[in-house]
Design a protein around this ligand. Structure first.
Ligand code: ADP
Length: 398
């Protein structure tokens, strides 16, 4: 507790934009987020009042950081699981716990657990040799579940298959489409621990975001569509256009069931593929998530406040949308040169006063997420066009 205010202190490990926006939410609750940041120039370290410099792999630094915190949480999944367990054993309220977060850290453990729970997942296998990958592709062909190989550009029955690094992938890094045995051979030779999956014939990608408190209360946000380009999420449409009520409820219920079954405290984002046959789980994140940035203006309670409420075991906030159509578009760093980001902002504000802008205080590098924009309205098509135009103005200066 902060004795100056009588209100709790939450510590967030990691100083990226998720911590920055959680800090922003903490202010309204009378708090100021404590941040453990690798560098004083990180996004959240630039704004929070209580910043400790240290790395998330250093147990001594984590222990020191946790002193005086009512709850400790994360803006990424890279804290070693053993460190989380050690702190919890010492009495630190650290969420999500080691037993839960492992399913967001390790894609093999996640696939195993989801399969055990009977959740819909792509056909998959852990592999340790190219022969295993070939065998998996053959099994897909035999089961007749693989997409048509020629249509998908593969080199034969069962191919292509999707290979994923078991640990450490993000924004599509750590995901490879393998077209044949030679590609499998080359990847396996790198020594990266891998799983392989069938290539899901997806219509689009969805995300179901829920929060769960230690008490066990859950709150579910409307299911959204996430639009990816080159493995990076570029747009989020809330609610997912044209999604049937039945499928939306199914996705929300799946996320709630998983939050309970895995013992998640805080936010759980379930990334989903929608196919003609139904929904399939792609992966899990246990922290504020890019698919929930729209909630800052677009829902009664933002995901960032909800995460704070959950880790503090406060009652959950209302997740109702604030408008019939909400679109969030990520702003990626554009090519070097041209107008400064400040000039671009000027032009954007002149062009569309209704756009909400969030810049993360990050150095602009091509392809790096440096901010996002959100537009609310009545009609998804026009809201989407405005959000895309605003993101382009900031990204490319036109
Ligand atoms: P990351 O952890 O890097 O975000 P993901 O597992 O989410 O990796 O995969 C990144 C993207 O690759 C997904 O958003 C999706 O577009 C595509 N993808 C991943 N797995 C599959 C799959 N089994 N079938 C089809 N596309 C996939």
């Amino acid at each position: 507790m902060d004795t100056r205010t009588g209100l709790p202190v939450v510590g967030m490990v990691g100083g990226g934009q998720l911590a920055r926006m959680t800090h922003q939410a903490s202010i309204a609750l009378g708090q100021s987020l404590r941040v453990l940041s690798v560098s004083p120039d990180d996004s959240a370290a630039l704004v929070a009042a209580d910043v400790r410099i240290g790395t998330h792999t250093d147990l001594a630094a984590l222990r020191e950081f946790a002193k005086g915190c009512d709850a400790v949480t994360f803006d990424h999944e890279h804290v070693p699981n053993g460190h989380i367990a050690a702190l919890a054993a010492e009495g630190v309220k650290i969420y999500p716990g080691a037993e839960a977060i492992v399913f967001a850290q390790d894609k093999q453990r996640m696939r195993e657990r989801l399969s055990e729970l009977g959740a819909p997942v792509p056909r998959w296998r852990a592999v340790s040799s190219a022969a295993d990958v070939v065998d998996f592709a053959a099994s897909l062909a035999a089961a007749g579940t693989a997409v048509d190989a020629s249509a998908a550009g593969g080199s034969g029955a069962g191919w292509p298959v999707v290979a994923k690094a078991v640990r450490g992938g993000y924004d599509g890094r750590g995901v490879w489409m393998l077209g044949d045995a030679a590609a499998a051979e080359e990847l396996v030779a790198t020594g990266t621990p891998l799983i392989v999956e069938e290539q899901v014939p997806l219509r689009r990608e969805l995300a179901a975001l829920v929060a769960r408190s230690p008490f066990g209360q859950v709150a579910a946000y409307p299911v959204v569509e996430t639009v990816q380009r080159d493995g990076i999420c570029v747009e989020v449409l809330a609610p997912a256009p044209g999604l049937s009520e039945e499928r939306a409820v199914e996705a929300q219920q799946l996320a709630i069931d998983l939050a309970h079954a895995l013992g998640v405290v805080g936010l759980l984002a379930v990334e989903l593929f929608e196919t003609d046959a139904g929904i399939v789980v792609n992966e899990l994140a246990m922290r504020p998530h890019n698919s929930g940035h729209w909630t800052i203006e677009g829902a009664r309670t933002s995901q960032f406040e909800q995460h704070l409420r959950a880790v503090l075991d406060y009652p959950m906030g209302d997740t109702s949308p604030a408008a019939p159509a909400v679109v969030m578009a990520n702003v990626l760093g554009g090519p070097a040169g041209g107008m400064s980001i400040d000039e671009r902002l000027h032009h954007l504000f002149a062009d569309d006063p209704g756009v909400r802008v969030h810049l993360y205080g990050k150095q602009v590098r091509p392809g790096r997420k440096i901010g996002h924009v959100t537009v609310l309205g009545d009609d998804m098509t026009s809201v989407r066009a405005r959000a895309a135009r605003a993101a382009r103005r900031l990204q490319e200066g036109e």
